[in-house]
Design a protein around this ligand. Sequence first.
Ligand code: HEC
Length: 156
Amino acid sequence: MATDDRQTPHDHEQKDREHIEPHDDAGYETVSGIKMGHAKVPKFLKATYIILAMWAVYYGLTATPVNDRTDASTPMEPTAEAGAEIFSTSCAGCHAVTAQKLVGPGLAGVKERLGDTELTNVLHKGRPERGMPAPPSLGLNEAQIQALKLYMETLK
Ligand code: HEC
């Protein structure tokens, strides 16, 4: 009786499993009681792994460390459009782009009036003794000053 008691549920288990997984031999093997598939890694996944690995190497070699990244407001390419934006935040409080005087003179035609050298000079050094702050003291970097200069040149 004791032997029958142990064997009977075991037999049922075996039968149940055969019933549920009739293709056991074809698709699976059991390793430490865990069912394992024999499926190969599909080609497209292998390709994806290779591409990801190549991208990781490329990124590692070319990425700019976070600390070296310039401020988001810094134009990478100084353009007159970027200069116009910088002007509206840093300069428009004192200057109109027309001939109208505010705190400082209106900047219409400023390039013709000052000439290239003096314009460059004012944009780097300002005239602190006369109320025109040096743009670097306003937190502007060289690229931003170049952009401002391009914008100044569009003011006729
Ligand atoms: C706090 C007010 C103030 C701010 C801000 C300011 N300026 Fe001026 N700026 C002046 C004053 C005042 C003068 C006139 C100085 C003088 O009498 O020589 C001047 C002169 C100038 C001139 C020479 C104009 C001329 O006809 O001689 C230029 C160019 C100029 N500013 C550009 C800028 C730019 C670009 C900015 C923004 C980065 C700026 N300024 C920000 C007050 C300011």
